[in-house]
Design a binder for this molecule. Structure first.
Ligand code: TYM
Length: 350
């Protein structure tokens, strides 16, 4: 059976939404609305997998959940035509995660590089939830039997795990799946990562070899979606560069991570290729390129920051969007859970 094409993706409400989240993920969320039915989730259950000192406690979690929702909408996601909701309102995420926990192998999870990075040296002290995070992520996607998942490059390994989990579920329960009317024996699709554009991995402004990240201590390492025009200008002017002029060809960026990063950011914001950027700025000094980068960054991000501010000021309105989205998400999720429970052999009320 060909699966109905459906898009799912999620963003954690852990504060400091930044240009990497925007260019690596949210820009593609907006684009995919034109071609697909889309479900965009504020993954609050993922957000609590690190210590409370990291995610900030209940008031901060609620504030950040509304802020991510506002960022989605301010960036152009239409919550009426598509679905926007927060994960914890749909219990199917946790329920399916349990079933998938019994499919996923410890050996598979032990290979996850993001867990190793986040747990750091003190792995014994990491939460079980942080270790199990990629299984919950597979549940998020498979609960809607989603076929396409727009994400930044750092999520690629998690997507591969989701595909392995889907395949093993289909293999382990093949006969039961067929017995419940899925004649080709495929209950879950193999979700495709959609990682595209010139900025699938936006790097820190202070170090072109490190990913731009919400948790980096220096605020100058990232452009936050809530930064005002002056802050954006200051951060870009301070961004690390090297002493050479910009190259005229893309291959000249290969050994120059900071230059490559800034050119990629410009290209993504202006909607052109890196090649085009170098046609205009190749051979020139960083100072004039940075001025142009400030202009394009402010032009793109300032209206989003303004709209986010307006939206978060009306918490009731944002919450209503999430409740309405959750009701529609739940209808799809419940259907998947009914079939999944039948397939596994759980007795339930017909
Ligand atoms: P999160 O909240 O860390 O990031 C949200 C999205 O932003 C992308 N991203 C980046 N892209 C380019 N450059 C960067 N520097 C950068 N930093 C972050 C991420 O790749 C992501 O697409 N595990 C996910 C959330 C999640 C999810 C899901 C995603 C939970 N369930 C199901 C897809 C489908 C995460 O932590 O994203």
């Amino acid at each position: 059976m060909a699966f109905v094409e459906r898009v799912f993706s999620g963003v954690q409400p852990t504060g400091n939404l930044h240009l990497g989240n925007y260019l690596g993920a949210i820009v593609n969320f907006v684009k995919m609305q034109e071609t697909h039915d889309c479900i965009y989730c504020v993954v609050d259950m993922h957000a609590i997998t690190q210590g409370v000192d990291v995610w900030g406690g209940p008031a901060e979690l609620a504030r950040n959940t509304r802020e991510v929702t506002a960022a989605f909408i301010a960036s152009g996601i239409d919550p009426k035509k598509h679905i926007v909701f927060n994960q914890s309102q749909v219990s199917g995420h946790a329920e399916l995660a349990w079933i998938l926990n019994c499919i996923a192998r410890i050996g598979w999870l032990n290979r996850m590089t993001q867990f190793k990075e986040k747990a750091g040296k003190d792995r014994e002290n990491a939460s079980v939830g942080l270790y199990d995070y990629p299984v919950l992520m597979a549940a998020d996607i498979l609960l809607y039997r989603a076929t396409h998942v727009p994400v930044g490059e750092d999520q690629k390994q998690h997507l591969e795990l989701s595909r392995d989990i889907a395949q093993k579920f289909n293999n382990d329960f093949g006969d039961s799946i067929r017995g419940h009317g899925f004649n080709d024996g495929l209950f879950f699709p193999q979700p495709e990562p959609f990682i595209t554009g010139p900025a699938t991995r936006v790097m820190s402004l202070r170090d072109g070899t490190k990913k731009m990240s919400k948790s980096e201590a220096s605020d100058n390492s990232r452009i936050n979606l809530t930064d005002d025009a002056n802050t954006i200008a200051q951060k870009i002017r301070k961004a690390k560069t090297d002493p050479e002029p910009l190259p005229s060809e893309e291959k000249g960026l290969q050994t120059r991570p900071e230059a490559d990063n800034l050119v990629g950011i410009y290209a993504a914001l202006a909607g052109v290729s890196k090649h085009d950027v170098l046609k205009d700025f190749g051979g020139g000094q960083f100072s004039s390129f940075k001025n142009a980068l400030v202009d394009v960054c402010v032009a793109k991000l300032s209206p989003i920051a303004d709209e986010m501010k307006r939206l978060v000021a009306d918490a009731g309105h944002v919450d209503q969007i999430l409740i309405d989205g959750a009701n529609r998400a739940r209808a799809i999720a419940d259907e998947t859970m009914r079939s999944a429970k039948n397939i596994v052999g759980f007795i339930r009320q017909p």
